[in-house]
Design a protein around this ligand. Structure first.
Ligand code: HAM
Length: 405
């Protein structure tokens, strides 16, 4: 029997309901913040991710679904959404037009990781990307929007916040960090590699011994330039004024290379080892790196699978109609009635005749609000029998009155 690939899942009952509920309400909130929907291809040129997510990242280095297509192009399934949205932004010449643009998206992403709870090879993200805003109020808005989404679903979290500095203060800090690392022989092999490729990534190392060493490492938050320092304190005071709780984590570096200044992660202790439920930050130089006109950028993405199990779903109410025939002769009437009713209402039609008791049982199973049955008597009267399964009232009515013809 052919099975879905390891780390990939079908989305069906009951998770599908949660997925639709989640994306519907996140979309609604994103639209309230002025974001519009964007969809970009799942497949892109590999170079796009190499130049944005970065060759030193695990995502590009180890986890890409990369292959050569029949035309000889080096392509790859998107491991994340930001790069494709930035590519589309530049391709549509929005960078040249100036002004802001705000997009939201959701859909599958692909990373060839070792699957475990909360870590899939095909997973879904809901993300937003905002272009053209340097004002730190946009950083605050993005975080407030994400908080609003999580609050709406009743999801608890801790917000970790950092500033990664800018092109002025990051290079001297990186230099300082490399100098610190030069004196440390005992760091793991991964960190030795990171020291040469992207030194700040060492701060993210999960190795306990390395973590102990980095307790004494210089911190970016102590080495920010005046502008970055000022923006970071403005951001934290806006968050304070809105009662948003956060912890500053100076070792939060994110796993993608395009970030500068604000970086953040929302984590949960309710989902096991894979605790990051959302992450994001500024990427003010990414448009330029991808050959666009320099344009500020900031965004985030949430891992939908990690959030789905935490969502508090509203109580399920009965809805729509169940229609069933009590005799063979009524099957066509039931069919015609259902087609007419479906213009306005949700209808589950049973194609075979059954007893009233059996239909009522089915209607209950389908969680229908109303059960409609047509039998011999109703056929003669051109009517139908209907029971409200919520308040248990039942009555007969002519089909034309019922449909309002
Ligand atoms: P990311 O931190 O790589 O950021 O991913 C965002 C979220 O996707 C994570 O916090 C996690 O919840 C979820 N996620 C990541 N990998 C997996 C996986 N293998 N299985 C299940 N869930 C996963 C980005 O992707 C950036 N593009 C976010 C961003 C948008 N930054 C600015 N704009």
């Amino acid at each position: 029997m052919i099975q879905a690939l390891r780390g990939m899942k079908d989305l069906l009952d009951p998770a599908n309901e949660r997925y639709l509920y989640f994306t519907k309400h996140c979309s609604r909130i994103a639209e309230n913040y002025g974001f519009t929907y964007i969809e970009t291809p799942l497949l892109e040129e590999t170079a796009l991710f190499k130049r944005s997510v970065g060759e030193s990242s695990d995502i590009v280095g180890k986890e890409m679904y990369q292959f050569t297509d029949k035309g000889g192009n080096d392509v790859c399934l998107r491991p994340e959404g930001t790069a494709g949205v930035v590519r589309a932004f530049i391709q549509q010449k929005y960078d040249k037009a100036g002004g802001g643009k705000k997009f939201y998206y959701y859909g599958p992403m692909f990373r060839y990781e070792r699957p475990q709870k909360g870590r899939l090879r095909e997973f879904h993200q809901f993300g937003v990307e905002s272009f053209g805003e340097s004002n730190v109020k946009e950083d605050a808005s993005i975080i407030l929007m994400l908080k609003e989404m999580l609050d709406f679903f009743g999801i608890g979290y801790v917000l970790e916040l950092n500033s990664l500095g800018c092109h002025k203060c990051m290079p001297p800090y990186r230099e300082k960090l490399v100098q610190f690392l030069e004196g440390e022989e005992d760091i793991c092999d991964d960190c030795k590699r990171r020291k040469d490729t992207n030194p700040i990534r060492v701060l993210d190392c999960k190795n306990e011994h390395c973590k102990e060493i980095y307790r004494h490492a210089p911190l970016i938050t102590d080495n920010l330039c005046e502008d970055c320092q000022e923006d970071f304190s403005k951001l934290t005071s806006i968050l304070d004024s809105f009662g948003v709780k956060y912890v500053v984590n100076s070792k939060l570096v994110r796993g993608l290379d395009y970030y500068n200044k604000t970086a953040f992660e929302f984590v949960s202790d309710e989902i096991g080892a894979q605790s990051a439920i959302a992450g994001g930050g500024r990427y003010d130089r990414l448009v330029e790196f991808l050959d666009g006109k320099p344009t500020y950028g900031i965004g985030f993405a949430m891992g939908i699978e990690r959030l789905m199990e935490l969502i508090k779903m509203p109580e399920k109410k009965r809805e729509g109609y169940y229609v069933g025939a009590l005799c063979e002769e009524a099957l066509d009437s039931c069919f015609e009635l259902s087609i007419a009713l479906r213009r306005e209402e949700k209808v589950v039609l049973h194609y075979e005749k059954k007893s009233l008791k059996a239909h009522l049982k089915n209607a209950d199973k389908q969680n229908a609000r109303f059960c409609i049955c047509i039998g011999e008597d109703e056929l003669v009267e051109h009517g139908l029998w209907m029971k409200d399964l919520e308040n248990k009232e039942e009555h007969k009515i002519s089909i034309s009155d019922f449909l309002g013809d």
